[in-house]
Ligand binder design. Sequence first.
Ligand code: SF4
Ligand code: SF4
Length: 121
Amino acid sequence: MDYSEALLVPNPMTPNTAIVFNEDKCVGCNRCVNVCRADVLHPNPVKGKPPIVLYPDECWFDGCCVLACRIPGASELNSPLQQKVAWKRKETGEFFRVGMKDPPPPNNRPPVGEKPLPHGF
Ligand code: SF4
Ligand code: SF4
């Protein structure tokens, strides 16, 4: 690699892509870059091209960048694999929580070592 040509390169430490840009739709306005508080995204040195996902391993997956974009489909949040896992019923194929007829009661026990709050709080 000729390092004199390398202005910004994606962080190769993680296989996670975090944000995926659609080159056909993104106009490189950098609104998404400006709203990212974790500085994951950086402007592309080539004008009009999608931003560079420079630090994907620092992404919070809050989706602010995708929400800030005014062009539908220009960017997409690529949630980490462990957040995509869902339980599925073997018999019916339905997702465990979706459409569950008899959900378990809420867990109202206070955390260990903490006193319950007085009534009304
Ligand atoms: S993804 Fe959207 S907000 Fe970000 S640079 Fe492209 S067009 Fe602009
Ligand atoms: S999801 Fe949040 S932290 Fe990740 S790139 Fe978008 S705005 Fe930045």
